[in-house]
Design a protein around this ligand. Structure first.
Ligand SMILES: O=C(O)C1=C[C@@H](OP(=O)(O)O)[C@@H](O)[C@H](O)C1
Ligand SMILES: C=C(OP(=O)(O)O)C(=O)O
Length: 424
């Protein structure tokens, strides 16, 4: 973790239905991919509306350490590709995108690149990605398949097929695919194991590779074939962050309000259909118009049986909604979020349980029965989305707070400011 002092925060209660527009900064996932594709590109790339937050700053710094020119001074970022260089050291912080997307880039350098990060990042799974690199002939040293890890590149990677189990994170596949086009003969990635989570993020990876002119064949299930040929330098317009928008949209549901995510594109690379289905099952109405993506609620959250595998990063916000619902809920398909920023299933069961809901962990999710809720301080464990969950709970329960809202800077530069601007 960063060494900045903990920043306790009290979540505001909603005085009435929350109504308004919210302007979210750029998508973390899109910014990360555009930076990596830009670094490996044939020419200069620019990012309009990038996310300025800890995860994307770490990605920019990591690429700089590898020799890429990344200019983040202006509102639009510029990426000037250069052959990856070594020796180098990359601080991944707690960013899954940095720890999974940059080792395959480092494999192109000639020499050792050391990866390390926050203490919590050392607990996050990395082994299958490193095994994938080893299958391509890249030497990697890592104790127990976790950080710290060193990638010993030899100035290039031959083509090949790698077979990995990506059930712990879709980012293993995305990381390999993003760099794969720069490997001598391209790359084939096969997944073997329980289902890969977060399928929409794989879709985003493939769409952005194709948008940069890289051919990707996805005809066979769980197999991705990336043709050789570097991505084109190009201009990316980064969409508002849909995952970061989840607590704001949830506010409409809890309070019977109406919240619009402004500047929403008609054609998005983020999981709009999945998020719309989720909020509809929870009792809301979702529409995408020229004004943006709007969620309206009735003030009653409908408890439901929800498969969250595709949108697993929304689990903390959905769990908070489930504690406020009219009936019990079951959240399933998210066993792998035990390896997110913290063990999210344990953290949610503990913290929401302490606030009066009955929450039990299952093999792959949570059962949540609403109860008489009481205020109190939730521990975030450095996890931005635990703070989002607390904010949602606090809309309807007096005296809810978090021990450290600073962790929200991982993906939003000013979550408390945005939240009070909307909620009051
Ligand atoms: O590729 C990405 O940008 C992401 C993929 C997902 O990771 P997992 O597949 O590990 O859940 C998601 O949860 C994470 O927030 C961002
Ligand atoms: C799982 C998440 O992040 P990361 O990219 O660090 O995996 C998340 O943002 O919820």
């Amino acid at each position: 973790m960063s060494s900045t002092p903990a920043q306790p925060w009290s979540a505001p209660r909603a005085a009435g239905p929350v109504r308004g527009d919210v302007r979210l900064p750029g998508s973390k996932s899109m910014t990360a991919r555009a930076l990596v594709l830009g670094a490996l590109g044939t020419g200069v790339s620019t990012l309009e509306g990038p996310l300025v937050a800890r995860d994307t700053a770490l990605m920019a710094d990591g690429l700089r350490a590898l020799g890429t020119g990344v200019d983040t001074d202006a509102a639009a970022w510029t990426v000037r590709p250069a052959a990856p260089r070594a020796p180098a050291a990359v601080d991944v912080g707690l960013a899954g995108t940095v720890m999974r997307f940059l080792p395959p880039v480092a494999a192109l350098a000639d020499g050792p690149v050391l990866f390390d990060g926050d203490a919590a990042a050392r607990r996050r799974p990395l082994g299958p990605l490193l095994d994938g690199l080893r299958q391509l002939g890249v030497a990697v040293t890592a104790a127990d398949g976790r950080l710290p890890a060193t990638v010993h590149g030899r100035g290039g990677v031959a083509s090949g097929t790698v077979t990995i189990d990506a059930s712990a994170s879709s980012q293993f596949v995305s990381g390999l695919l993003l760099a794969g086009a720069a490997y001598a003969g391209g790359l084939t990635v096969r997944h073997a194991g329980p289902p890969v989570p977060s399928a929409p993020h794989l879709r985003m990876t493939v769409r952005m590779l194709r948008a940069a002119g890289v051919a990707v064949d996805t005809a066979a299930p769980d197999v991705w074939v990336v043709a050789p040929g570097r991505p084109a330098g190009r201009r990316w317009t980064v969409e508002p962050d849909l995952a970061g928008a989840a607590p704001f949209l949830a506010a409409a549901l809890v309070t019977g309000g109406r919240v619009t995510l402004a500047h929403w594109p008609r054609d998005s690379v983020q999981p709009v259909a999945e998020v719309a289905e989720l909020f509809t099952l929870l009792g809301g109405a979702v529409e995408v118009t020229g004004a943006g993506l709007t969620v309206s609620g009735t003030g009653t959250v409908t408890g439901a049986d929800l498969d969250l595998r595709a949108v697993s990063e929304l689990t903390p916000v959905v769990a908070a909604l489930a504690t406020l619902a009219d009936r019990p809920s079951r959240l399933r398909g998210v066993a792998h979020i035990r390896g997110h920023e913290t063990d999210r299933l344990a953290a949610l069961a503990g913290q929401l349980g302490d606030r009066g809901a009955a929450v039990t962990e299952t093999d792959d999710g949570l059962r949540i029965t609403p109860g008489r809720l009481r205020g109190g301080v939730l521990a975030t464990f450095g996890d931005h989305r635990m703070a989002h969950a607390a904010a949602v709970l606090g809309l309807a329960v007096d005296g809810v707070g978090v021990d450290d809202v600073g962790c929200t800077r991982k993906t939003l530069p000013d979550f408390p400011g945005l939240w009070s601007a909307l909620v009051g």
